[in-house]
Design a protein around this ligand. Structure first.
Ligand SMILES: [Ca+2]
Ligand SMILES: [Ca+2]
Ligand SMILES: [Ca+2]
Ligand SMILES: [Ca+2]
Length: 350
């Protein structure tokens, strides 16, 4: 076991990402939904061969004013010049902080470096807004982004919602996928933690919405935030919860290695294969087969967590309570997140 790590943060949100298999350099074809336009021209005398256009009935609008949760995540830009992450990459515990290329780690991807996330709910939708590092004005958000829902709060995810190459032009179903773990094997024998032996599980195997679209053409949507060009927003109908109002949410960003079939990654790779972005773990450093990937701790939605929920983020201070970082935390270990006019600080001292 390595020495104890400290993570940190706080809460919330979802996001999702999509998985369409391409890397983040090649433009993705719209594989998900279907914002097809119908052009009726005079030259189409018959209507027999035309596919039925998708008619969207319910489209998300603006996010609700008040979030249900907030999460922060490590900022790898601060150590990117050293080809390492500052902290937050703990393969054994299912936590990743590796917005870098494999093996050399000499390319840092700000568009994959989650800084924080917010989660929102209303009667129809669940929304995640995922915020990325904005230190490079030239990049585009062309990865896969999304969120994972653990419905029964056992540490194993149940739903995974992803958007690939989110649209700059408003809500779109293009590139959006909704995955479900029908046989409940995500997480393997020991949820959240690496299993002792490789899993034979099939991860998220059921594509409920995406290339082979299901019954509801409006089930899930993605876009780049109209207010923040460094934030991705993902929405899915809350009907997928089938009435369950208490669950855990974690956020993901990645490229090819963010493969729904390989959840949980730490049951499908060994630590040696996956590597680590933390130079302190010299036996495993650098990242190898599992790269260009970031995720967060999980926030509790719809219930008051006890602190023992699998993957739970450090709990935020209660109203009127000093944030933990103010209680003797050295300044270099104090990390604060800005969410609108709300500032939440945590101590990440090891
Ligand atoms: Ca992370
Ligand atoms: Ca990060
Ligand atoms: Ca496991
Ligand atoms: Ca499965």
């Amino acid at each position: 076991m390595q020495k104890k790590n400290s993570l940190v943060f706080v809460l919330v949100i979802l996001v999702v990402t999509l998985a369409c298999g391409q890397g983040n350099t090649a433009p993705l074809e719209a594989s998900g939904g279907s914002d097809s336009e119908v052009t009726d021209t005079a030259e189409s005398p018959t209507a027999t061969a035309e596919p039925t256009p998708i008619v969207h009935v319910l489209i998300p609008d603006e996010l609700p004013e008040k979030q249900s949760g907030v999460i922060g995540d490590q900022d790898s830009s601060i150590t990117a010049d050293d080809k390492r992450a500052p902290s937050g990459d703990r393969f054994t515990f299912g936590r990743y902080e590796r917005p870098f290329n494999a093996n050399t780690m000499d390319v840092y991807y700000p568009a994959l470096d989650i800084q924080g996330a917010l989660f929102y709910e209303d009667d129809t939708w669940l929304y995640a807004q995922i915020k990325f590092k904005n230190n490079d004005s030239s990049y585009v958000l062309n990865g896969k982004y999304g969120f994972e829902i653990d419905l029964d709060i056992d540490g194993g995810g149940d739903w995974l919602i992803l958007v690939s190459e989110p649209s700059l032009e408003g809500w779109s179903t293009n590139g959006v996928e909704v995955w479900f773990d029908s046989n409940n094997d995500v997480g393997g024998v020991k949820t959240m933690y690496s299993d002792n032996t490789f899993t034979e599980g099939n991860g998220y195997e059921t594509l409920v919405f995406g290339t082979s679209q299901g019954d509801d053409p409006d089930l899930a949507w993605g876009r780049i935030s109209p207010q923040d060009p460094y934030a991705v927003e993902v929405a899915v109908k809350r009907s997928i919860l089938e009435g369950d109002a208490s669950f855990m949410v974690g956020v993901w960003a990645g490229t090819d290695d963010l493969n729904p079939a390989l959840f949980d990654f730490n049951d499908h790779y060994t630590h040696e294969q996956a590597g680590t972005s933390l130079i302190e773990f010299e036996y495993f450093y650098p990242i190898k087969e599992l790269s260009e990937l970031d995720n967060t701790c999980r926030m509790a939605i719809g219930f008051q967590p006890t602190g023992n929920e699998p993957g739970l983020c450090p709990l935020p201070p209660k109203p009127g309570q000093d944030p933990p970082a103010s209680g003797g935390c050295p300044p270099e270990y104090t990390v604060c997140f800005n969410f609108g006019n709300q500032v939440v600080c945590y101590c990440i001292q090891p």
